[in-house]
Write a protein that binds this ligand. Structure first.
Ligand code: PGA
Length: 259
């Protein structure tokens, strides 16, 4: 088993100053992280200053989104080409991008490809809505989002990808992360198997084994250890709880203690 990946998706929280102070505090609290790859996904504005502040042996950075064209007349966008060298990972197809910003499958697939082309590891987020779950469509949705999201990659490129299973109904609004419904470790294990099955079908067994799969959706310091008992998972994608130093350090501890 490689290092357990913990990605903190800060979403649209923290100013540059607050982000810097947070990491300063976290650094004092977090111990025993040797078995953990800690990744921070702050707002785009914070990437440059945090890259100067952090110990790169300890923390990696991720973009929360990117645009697939390298440059041009695309007001408000930041390209994979511009992020190259600054981030190791980029979240792509997060449900807030899909449902709040109406990102289409075509955009998502182009973004995944642009990330890979620019040496950035895409973290492709997939997952069903509450209605789709009720209708028993979870597997089908995962299948469709994987097939579409990875369509522009070769089997070798696909090996590098991280897939995050984030059921939309389990994602908190941030402040309510502790009381919000999450999936069970059993749900996450089932989805992870389904993700690897789709990838094996598309790219073969070797690629399916190398792809890393995360669970995300109301993970916090109290339930992270439960998710990490799932051997099919390589880590966690955390929103609301990652904005709290104590929660974050508990999750890192549970990831470190996993093996
Ligand atoms: P949450 O967010 O942990 O607050 O549910 C997860 C995510 O959206 O990545």
């Amino acid at each position: 088993m490689g290092k357990t990946l913990i990605i903190a998706n800060w979403k649209m929280n923290f100013t540059v100053h607050e982000a810097s102070v947070f990491l300063h505090k976290l650094d004092k609290v977090v111990q025993n992280h040797r078995n953990v790859e800690m990744v921070i996904a702050p707002t785009a504005l914070c990437l440059q200053p945090l890259s100067i502040q952090i110990d790169h042996a300890k923390y990696k950075l991720a973009a929360q989104n990117l645009y697939w064209r390298d440059e041009g007349a695309f007001t408000g966008e930041v390209s994979a080409h511009q992020l190259r060298g600054l981030v190791k990972y980029a979240l792509i197809g997060h449900s807030e991008r899909r449902y709040v910003f109406h990102e289409h499958e075509k955009d998502i697939r182009n973004k995944v490809q642009a990330a890979v082309r620019n040496g950035i590891i895409p973290v492709l987020c997939v997952g069903e809505t509450a209605a789709e779950r009720t209708d028993g469509e979870t597997d089908m949705i995962i299948h469709n989002q994987i097939v579409s999201g990875l369509a522009n990659l070769t089997a070798d490129e696909a090996k590098t990808v991280v897939v995050a299973y984030e059921p939309v109904w389990a994602i908190s609004k941030g402040k309510d992360f502790a009381g919000h419904a999450s999936a069970t470790p059993g749900d996450a294990a089932k989805a992870a198997r389904s993700i690897r099955r789709q990838i094996q079908h598309l790219f073969g067994r070797e690629t399916a084994q190398e792809v890393r799969v995360l669970y995300g959706g109301s993970v916090n310091g109290s339930n992270s250890a439960g998710f990490l008992t799932v051997t099919e998972l390589d880590g966690l994608l955390v929103g609301g709880a990652s904005l709290h130093v104590d929660e974050f350090s508990k999750m890192v501890k549970s990831a470190h203690d996993r093996r």
